[in-house]
Each structure stands twice: as structure tokens, then as C-alpha cells.
Design a protein around this ligand. Sequence first.
Ligand SMILES: Nc1ncnc2c1ncn2[C@@H]1O[C@H](COP(=O)(O)OP(=O)(O)OP(=O)(O)O)[C@@H](O)[C@H]1O
Ligand SMILES: [Mg+2]
Length: 569
Amino acid sequence: MKKEVRLLKLALSYKRQILTLFFLSLFSASFGLFIPYISKLFIDKAFINKNAHNFIKLSIVSAVLFLISTLMNLIANVVKNRISVRIKLDLASGFIKKIYLLDMAFFNFKAAGENIYRLSDTESVANFIVERLPGIGLDLVKIPIILAISLCINVHLTIVLLILSPLFLVHRVYLQKKLRSVYEENWRNRAKLFQEITESFSKILIIKAFALESFQHRKYVKSLVENIRSLIKSFRWSTINTLSASFLSKGILGLVTIYGGWMIIKGQLTLGSYTAVMIYLVQIGALLESLGTRIAYLSNERVSIDKFYEIMDIAPRIKDKPNAIELEQIKGTINFKEVTFGYENDKAIFENLNLEIPAGSWVGVVGLSGSGKTTLMNLILRLYEPTFGDVQLDGVSIKDIKLKSLRSNIGIATQQPLLFDLSVKENIRYGLKSLSDTQIIEAGKIACIDDYITGLPQGYESFIGEDACRLSQGQKQRISIARAVARNPRVLILDEASSSVDAYTEERIFENLRAKRQGLGTIIISQRLSSVKDADKIYFFVKGMAIHGKHEELLHRSQDYRDFFQNQL
Ligand SMILES: Nc1ncnc2c1ncn2[C@@H]1O[C@H](COP(=O)(O)OP(=O)(O)OP(=O)(O)O)[C@@H](O)[C@H]1O
Ligand SMILES: [Mg+2]
């Protein structure tokens, strides 16, 4: 019930538009409502007594009403399209904004393909607001009006109809439930199919390299068949719905027709009144049918509405506090105070971790794969939050700092370079409009990728393909480092960001960083001890703990570190 109320609230935020649409449609539909009554007048007042004067008068009135209703119809359509576009835009933009604001944890459980597929739900929600709501409203207004007019014309016939109509409602309630579950199944199958195909195209290299094209194709066909099966099921149920609704409305109409015919024979009804009431009854039949179809659509849209709110209802845990502060002139000291953290609650990766990264220092973080190095970066960026304890920047808990302010002061280059299908220049600039071309080139030089880029026919304007598929891994990594450096952060975290770069070039990048970005706090996460040997301080992650010191000190103090070092020689 809560969802319905909220949906109505959402619809109410467009109340002006919906009401405009509703009244325009009502006006344009009113001509249809008058047709039977005018027909009655034609028959009883003009045709039966052959009255030319009445005939001309009625013809003129009909023509004027017809013109007005056509005009209204036209305006209603134009308005509807405009409102529809606006609402779709609002919803899609709000939905995507919401997804961007969700915690990283959400993305670990929801595949990208499914999220993209969900965008189509906003379309259904918009259709609900623009089509279904005013449409059902209109039907519900039209039915009593028609009933009232036909009651005025003939009470008996209308009462017979009123007695039979509840049958229709019983039918609706039963089918509504069935349709909803069928549509839900449909939604899940389509989302899965969409997800599978998005993922397989993004991993095409593996599919080809493992020569699994036909395996992948079979998998797709299997899902497709499942999808089609549930589609057929939904077609079956919507046909059952439409046919039975039509059968019921026509059956009810047939009974009323027979009863009306009987009344004419008995002389209790004029031919004009009979014709008018019959047309009204046909209209009511059509209205009940259209209400049925609309309700079937509604069942489908309800599934999308549920999915839409599934996302809109998630409250991100990681967001700015109301009184969060903006950082000015930060130094860049990072402290972990008794930090306990696990991605899943029962599996702690760190327990009571204490750590200090002094401002402007060169710190190495090493440890075996899976020991929590990347996790450390995630916590500094507040992509995840500690279960207990606190992460601080310059003595201020990062929870009290505006996310944007925190993240724009920390530059990162990740294990996977994650580049976009843009030019090299736009990849380095990535969203930072204030960066000049000179700054971009300087960043390229620091990351030792400038030589390669300038050698390309289009230099920094070259496009590198989706996920930078036209570059080698080491080149991608260097562009990713340039992107981090160009933002001129106060702290730079390189998470195995040069693991595919040869040791000589890596050393040159570090030298450039030291020379051109003096005082920049740099955290180098690496599996290669050679990358961090000269660091001011090394954190060695082992067995859920972090021991620290200079390289020589650690060699001296820790057997684990010595083993780690020996294994790399
Ligand atoms: N998003 C996640 N959800 C759940 N568990 C995760 C997630 N990311 C990492 N982990 C787990 O957390 C642990 C630490 O992972 P992390 O990525 O920090 O390791 P790492 O030291 O960076 O390893 P590597 O050197 O291989 O990059 C691993 O055991 C991993 O399985
Ligand atoms: Mg890692």
C-alpha cells in the first residue's frame, strides 16, 4: 500500500499537468458522450415526424460539437506528448542520479546490465503517470456520466446493466493477481537476458580466446527460450484477459439488448430512446473493456514501479553529513584509528588497524594478494566505511568531510586502468574542465606516456576505444596515472598502477613525481618490493596485521617480510 501512496505522491508532483491532460481528454471525449443522445433527438424529433427545421438545427449543433471535440483532441495529444517527455526526462535523470549516489557495495551485488535494463522501468512509470492515471480517471468519470444519462432515458434497462456489471469487477480482481506474477517473471527473464548479453560483449576477448563462441551462443539461446516461454505465458494470460473481458461485456450487452427489444415490442420504450440507450450501453461495454486493458497494462507497470522503487528506496550509507566540511589547504596526513572492516560483516579483513601516513611522505604498501591493500585505498576514499574505528585526514574524521572535497584531494590510479572511450586528452582531463592542454601534457610527461602519445598520428586527440582496447596494458596504466596526477591532488594513491610497466619506466615515473610534485604524499601499493624499497615508510600487510618501518628495519624485524623479500629475488 505504501508504494501506491508514494506513487500517487509522485504523480501529485505533476498534478497540474495531469489535471490539464485529464480535462482536455474529458472535453474531447464529451462529444462521444453526446452522440447517442443526439441520435435519439434525430430519430424522435426529426426522422419520425419528418421535421426539416429540427433536422437542420441538430445537424449544425452536431457539426460544431464535432469540430470542438476534434480540436480538443488535438490539443490533448500535443499536451500529452509534452508532459510525457518532461516526466520521462525527470524520472530517468532522477533514477540515474540515484544510482550514481549508491554505495559501492550496491554495485557488487547488482550487475551493470541489470541496472541499464532498469532504465526502461522509468519509461513505464512515466506511462503510468501520463497514460494510465488520467485514462483510468477518465473511464471512471465517463461511466457514471453515461449511466446517469441512460438512467434519465430509461431506468429499467440501465438497472439491468447495473446489476450485471459487478461480474466484471470480480473478473478483474481475479485476473489482476495472475497477470502481475506473470509480468514479474517476464521482467526477471528479460533483465537476465540483457545482463548476459551486455556482459558477454564486454568480455568478448575471453570468449574468443577460449573459442567459446558457440558455447556462449547456446547459453544465450537457452535464456532466450526461457524468455520467450515466459513471454508466451504472458501473451496467453493477456489474451485470456482481453477475450474474457470482451466476452463478459458483450454478454452483458446481449442480455440488455434482448430485454430492451422486449420492452419495445411491449410498447414501453420509444425507438429513439432504445437506440440511444443501446449506444450508451455499447459505450459502457467499450469503456469496461478499455478499463480492463488499462488495468492489464497497470499490472505490467506495477512490476516496473516496484523495481523503480527498489532502487529509489535504497538509502546510501555513505553520503555527506548535513554539517560536513569543505577541505581547504589540506596537508595530507592519513590516520587509521582502530579500524575494523570486512566487506561482509562476519569476515573482517582488518581488525583494530592503526596506521599513519604522514603528509608529504612516500609510503609503500605491500603484502600478499588478498591481504587488503586495495581495501586500504577504498577506506581512505570512503568508498566503504569501517565497521568500527575511524579514518582521519589531517586529524578530521573523513566522515565529517564532504565526499567531493575528500575525493578531489586524493588522486588514485587503480589496478585496472578503467579508461573511457574518449580521446587520450579527454581521458586525462576526465571531467575537470579547468585543466589546460599544457597541464594535460605535463601530466602525460610525468607518467612517461607523452612520447608514445605524441607519436600517434593524432597525438593527444587520438581515440583509444572502449576500455582503451587499442592500447597495451602498460600504456593504459600510464594514462591512468596521468589522469590522477593531472588533478593535482594532495595525496596520490597508486594501487599497482604500474604493475604492467617495466621496472625502468616505473622508476622514471617515480622520479618525475618526486621532482615535479614535491611534497605530494604518495602511497604506492605494490606486490613488487622493488617499487617501494626506497619509501620513507613501508606498511607490510600480513596475517590481518600491518607492520611498518623502513625496508631495512622490516628485513631486520620480520621473518614474514624477509620471506616475502626473498621470494622476489
Ligand atoms: N567488493 C568486495 N566484496 C567482498 N569481498 C571483497 C571485495 N573486494 C575484496 N574483497 C575481499 O577482501 C580481501 C582483500 O582484498 P583486496 O582487494 O584489498 O586485496 P589486495 O591486497 O588488494 O589483493 P591484490 O594484491 O590481489 O590486489 C580479499 O580476500 C577479497 O576477497
Ligand atoms: Mg589490490
